[in-house]
Write a protein that binds this ligand. Structure first.
Ligand SMILES: N[C@@H](CCC(=O)O)C(=O)O
Length: 259
C-alpha cells in the first residue's frame, strides 16, 4: 500500500504548482496528477456541480489505487472536501486561501485576496475569513478570466497583464501589504505580479504548506513510500498536453485521457 501513488487533482493545469511542491518534498513518492481541463474553470460553477466533478476525479484516482488524495484546487476544497472525507476511506489533503498568516502579519491592516467565485462564496472560506480576519480589511477579488487564459496557454500575455492590473488596483488603493493567492493556478502569475506590485507587498501562497501537510499525514498513517523501486510520475489531462508541458517542462509522462 505504501508504494501506491499519491493522487492529485485540479480543475486543470494549476494544481501542477502543488504537485511540484509535493514532488520536491517527497521525491520518493509515486504520483498521479489529473487535470480536468475540459471542465475548467470550476470557479463559476455552483457548489453541487463542483462537488460532482470532485467525486468523478476522486473515484478515478481511487480506481488507479491512490493511497491519499490531494485536492489541489481551492475551489474544489472549499466546496467538496467535507463530502469527500465523509464518503471515501482514504485521507484527503485540501488547500484553502492562506488568509490566517496574512492577517497575522499585516502591518497596514489590509490584505488582498485573489480567488475564484466558487472559493470566495463558499461557507468554508467565510468561516476562515471570519475567524482570522475580522479585525482587518480584506479586499476580495474574483480572478475572473485568469484560469481561462492559463488553460489556453496565454499565461504571459498582454491580456493577462491588463486584467491583473485592474484586479490589483483597488487592493493597492486600500494599501494592502499582503496578497493571498487563493487558487492553485495563480502561483504561475508570480513573475508577472512581482512586476506589477510595489516591493512592500508580500505574496502568500499555500503550496509548500500543502506539501508539508501531505508528508505529515502520510507519516501518521504509515503510508510513506519506503521501497527502493524506481518511482512513476504520471499526468493525465482531458485538455491540452502542450499547456501541461509548458508549465511542467518536457520529459514528463503526460497522457490524454477522457474522464
Ligand atoms: N485551481 C483553481 C481552480 C480554478 C477554476 O477552475 O476556476 C483553484 O485552486 O481554485
Amino acid at each position: 500500500m505504501s508504494n501506491n501513488p499519491i493522487g492529485i487533482f485540479d480543475s486543470g493545469v494549476g494544481g501542477t504548482s502543488i504537485w511540484k511542491e509535493i514532488h520536491h518534498l517527497l521525491p520518493n513518492e509515486n504520483t498521479i496528477y489529473l487535470a480536468d481541463s475540459a471542465n475548467a474553470p470550476y470557479g463559476p460553477k455552483g457548489s453541487e456541480k463542483i462537488k460532482e466533478l470532485s467525486i468523478k476525479n476522486t473515484e478515478l484516482l481511487l480506481k488507479k489505487g491512490c493511497k491519499i488524495i490531494v485536492v489541489a484546487c481551492n475551489t474544489a476544497t472549499t466546496n467538496a472536501i467535507d463530502y469527500l472525507r465523509e464518503t471515501y476511506n482514504v485521507p484527503f489533503i485540501g488547500i484553502e486561501p492562506a488568509i490566517k498568516p496574512a492577517a497575522l502579519q499585516t502591518k497596514t491592516n489590509a490584505v488582498g485576496i485573489l480567488a475564484t467565485k466558487g472559493t470566495l462564496s463558499s461557507e468554508l472560506f467565510s468561516k476562515t475569513s471570519g475567524k482570522f480576519a475580522s479585525n482587518i480589511k480584506v479586499i476580495e477579488r474574483e480572478g475572473k478570466g485568469i484560469v481561462e487564459l492559463i488553460e489556453s496557454g496565454k499565461l504571459y500575455s498582454d491580456a493577462m497583464k491588463a486584467i491583473l492590473l485592474e484586479y490589483l488596483q483597488p487592493m493597492l488603493k486600500a494599501n494592502i501589504d499582503h496578497l493571498v493567492l487563493g487558487c492553485t493556478h495563480y502561483p504561475y502569475l508570480i513573475p508577472i505580479l512581482l512586476e506589477l506590485l510595489p516591493n512592500h507587498v508580500t505574496i502568500i501562497d499555500s503550496g509548500a504548506a500543502v506539501a508539508r501537510q501531505t508528508k505529515t499525514v502520510l507519516e501518521k498513517n504509515s503510508l510513506l513510500n519506503l521501497s527502493a523501486e524506481t518511482i512513476n510520475l504520471k499526468f493525465y489531462t482531458n485538455g491540452s498536453i502542450d499547456v501541461m508541458y509548458s508549465l511542467l517542462g518536457k520529459g514528463f509522462d503526460v497522457k490524454h485521457l477522457n474522464f
